[in-house]
Design a protein around this ligand. Structure first.
Ligand code: ADP
Ligand code: MG
Length: 382
């Protein structure tokens, strides 16, 4: 095990902070969403895979709740029944509160967290944390939750308690991911279809943390609800926005303000595109898949307006350097750009795009290669 493994870090953090050994442990990965952005809370499909980077949560018994994260190594006390405080422990508090409602939480505990998932980069460090915590804390209470239950606990923790109006994509892929596979998740049905996927994916971090994202994100959700209401008034019987037929888009232009029509257009076309891209992926047609990635990026840039200048530059530069495709992944307004390219182009593309970014933005992007990895799992504590 390399010395920087998050399991080893979490173990030493636990012992140094609480002078005892943990009794339960779990880890969960971050994720990259290949395609299907802002579709998960609109009943549409998403196409993510799990990263090799993981978050480890170790838990041991205690009175009251205390937690420590390798991010700052400071031990903090928190009360899962109190209102969220705007701190990272809100995610733990949310998980414990939801578990408590299922009689699957102990009365108190000690928690140590260590992670190699970049936080706030659109790579789902929050679901990695919530899902790993849900598994470790429920184990501490002697309960073994099903995968479906882990998704629900982590989703309700983030959605109801932390207050991000997220869909279920992140929790579902973090729980259900299989190594060397992406997953087509149909969020309306909750179905997960694994698709063999062993290509290396370049991830360029824009270095723009999506700090404003929660406000914009929740505003987009409101716009999607308003667009759906306008569709219904216009006589379209759709359960959710992704269910609006593409053939109705032109007619619906007059039925709502232009900005809502752009949001609708993104969700409807992105849903069709994601299903088509999943087909291309399953027959390993990467050039075609790349075209869908670029179309998807244009759609979030122009219609959903959730991109940022740094991401647009990275995508354009990657295409100039011979990529099959590239796009901003995650909620947006910052975060990371994924790039897929022929294997013999990866090295020159990485240096070319990095040089372009340094010239245009004035600093180097952080870049690394990802391969599809496995989902949540137990970790031996102590
Ligand atoms: P993303 O999920 O894209 O990384 P979010 O804004 O949804 O971005 O979640 C990031 C937040 O999750 C952080 O601000 C922090 O509160 C919490 N978090 C994630 N990983 C850790 C960690 N290892 N230690 C402490 N907090 C973490
Ligand atoms: Mg998140």
């Amino acid at each position: 095990m390399p010395p920087t493994s998050p399991l080893r870090l979490a173990s030493s953090l636990f012992e140094a902070s609480f002078a005892s050994r943990p009794a339960a442990g779990a880890s969960a990965p971050g994720r990259v969403n290949l395609l299907g952005e802002h579709t998960d809370y609109n009943g549409g499909p998403v196409l993510p895979f799990a990263l090799p980077q993981r978050t480890v949560v170790l838990a041991g018994p205690g009175e009251g709740w205390q937690a420590v994260s390798g991010v700052d190594s400071a031990v903090v006390s928190f009360d899962p029944t109190a209102a969220p405080e705007g701190r990272w422990t809100d995610y733990l508090a949310g998980v414990i509160r939801v578990l408590d409602g299922m009689r699957a939480a102990p009365p108190g505990g000690r928690i140590a967290v260590a992670s190699t998932v970049p936080a706030g980069a659109g790579l789902s460090s929050s679901a990695a944390l919530s899902v790993a915590a849900a598994r470790a804390v429920s184990h501490l209470a002697g309960r073994r939750l099903s995968r479906e239950a882990l998704v629900e606990v982590a989703f309700h923790a983030e959605h109801d308690v932390v207050g991000v109006q997220c869909g279920r994509m992140d929790q579902m892929i973090v729980v259900h991911a299989a190594a060397r596979h992406a997953a087509l998740i149909e969020t309306a049905e909750g179905s997960v279809t694994p698709i063999p996927f062993d290509q290396p994916v370049l991830v360029f971090e824009t270095g723009v943390a999506h700090r404003l994202a929660d406000g914009e994100y929740n505003r987009r959700r409101g716009e999607c609800r308003a667009a759906l209401a306008a569709c219904r008034v216009a006589g379209v019987e759709a359960v959710d926005l992704a269910g609006v037929p593409e053939s109705e888009l032109e007619r619906l232009r007059a039925a709502m303000p232009a900005v809502l029509h752009r949001r609708l257009t993104h969700v409807v076309r992105e849903s069709a595109r994601t299903r088509a891209a999943a087909m291309a992926l399953s027959v390993r047609d990467y050039p075609k898949f790349g075209e869908y990635l670029v179309e998807g990026h244009r759609s979030i840039r122009d219609d959903f307006e959730s991109s940022c200048g740094e991401a647009d530059r990275l995508v354009e530069s990657a295409m100039r350097h011979g990529a099959w495709g590239a796009r901003l992944t995650g909620a947006g307004w910052g975060g990371a750009v994924l790039v897929m390219a022929p294997p013999d182009r990866l090295a020159s593309l990485t240096s070319g795009v990095s040089a372009d970014f340094r010239r245009e933005v004035g600093r180097g992007p952080t870049v690394w290669t990802a391969r599809a990895s496995g989902g949540v799992r137990g970790e031996r504590a102590g």
